[in-house]
Design a protein around this ligand. Sequence first.
Ligand code: ATP
Length: 505
Amino acid sequence: QENVFQKIVAHSKEYGFVFPSSEIYGGLQAVYDYGPNGAALKKNIKDYWWAAMVQMHPNIVGIDSSIFMDSQVWKASGHVDAFNDPLVDNKDSKKRYRADVLLEDHIAKYQAKIDKEVTKGRKRFGDDFDEAQFLETNPNVLRNKKKIEEIEGRMKEALENEDMAALKQLIEDCEIACPISGTKNWTDVRQFNLMFSTELGAVSGDAAKIYLRPETAQGIFVNFLNVMNTSRLRPPFGIAQIGKAFRNEIVARQFIFRMREFEQMEMQFFVKPGTEMEWYEYWKDLRMKWHHLVGNKDNYIFHDHLKTAHYANAAVDIEFKFPFGTKELEGIHSRTDFDLGAHQELSGRKLQYFDNDMNQNVVPYVIETSVGLDRMFLSVLAGAYTEETVQDGEKTKERTYLKFHPALAPVKAAIFPLTKKDGLPAKASEVMQELQYDFNITYEEKDAIGKRYTRQDLVGTPYCITVDHQTLEDNTVTVRERDTMEQFRMPISELHAFIGEKVSL
Ligand code: ATP
């Protein structure tokens, strides 16, 4: 699996999806640039989200708020005081770790041991294998399960109580039992604020200190009144936005999974207090369906948070089976009136609506759906990356392709004149003009057709359209499908409707 991940990272670079930032200077850690295919894929994901959230919901409107905001915003939201990660250094290797991430790696190690036992059990018992019973009775499984429970329990307690000494002790214990870092020499664990700060204007000092927003949500909360009043909406209604967020992440790894500059797609849904759990369930269900429409259902799971953050009364993650483990892709949180309440208090402005049933002004409750655009990109890419063995006449050969849902594919179709002669390129240009106003189309005339197919497979183009001599006679072309590699002829006049249908959701 790790190997597949390395291949995906290499593939991203080779085929113009993702490049390390400032690469000619050695690359900037945890910052990435999107190449031509990456930018197109990213835009398609954004469009898919915006269409599903804003366009399809008459009671959700979109905004685009700024990255810089008054520092008080982050005081009220709790980010100045509490947006911290526990950090610990390994004194020998000088490597820096996020304490909770290191502990999660330990948990993953025990989980891997359990998975290995299950695989062994399945092999041994064949059809008679009862996984549920095996998990309840196998002594090795039980031992590892107990270890996981112990680490999770101690970690949760230490984090909740902000007991950094207990966290350090837990790391030391874990590293003795089953070393990951290969050393026992740790610094104390300390809290590290993840916000980037800078200074506004020419004045220096605390007065001018501002932050690069660590989430887009607060831009929505501070615009609550403006949006409600100008769009004439009353709860239940939502405000959506897509935008950059910045976090000075301690551990920079796993490619675009954890970045220092990234994009979020967030929606805050304002509801009448007391109705939040119904809406929470509604959004939980809808957001999972949204992922299922473009990805393999087996790759997504819900992970309920039993203990929620200070601002929430219910929280769940939609996790994706990334090649390096099952990890958070999207968070759905019932945030109560925490944010609006805090801004109301600090700003002195009433952030309320008049509730007719209750006959009074109320601060609404909020259900939030928050998905990282780059993380979504990685999940789409990982889900699409396919290696398979195919029959090529007598021989078998390996084929790698990106099985994107056509709606997300960066390029929808490639147009090939069979040869560069006999007026075929001119005819191919005509076909291109029929399509390029509505779809992202590419044109290629170099190399043999087989090679051109391979190149398009590698970037996930769902359809290749070849213009040949027969086209000049009867205005039909050959359409080749990426996934099945099947080819069939189709009149040029039907291409637009065909592609239109395939790329819609
Ligand atoms: P994590 O536990 O992975 O640090 P989080 O719980 O802090 O994430 P939220 O604050 O809930 O994340 O942010 C919402 C979403 O934004 C996440 O589900 C994720 O998709 C995305 N996200 C958060 N941090 C990053 C990051 N550093 N790089 C890329 N995407 C991120």
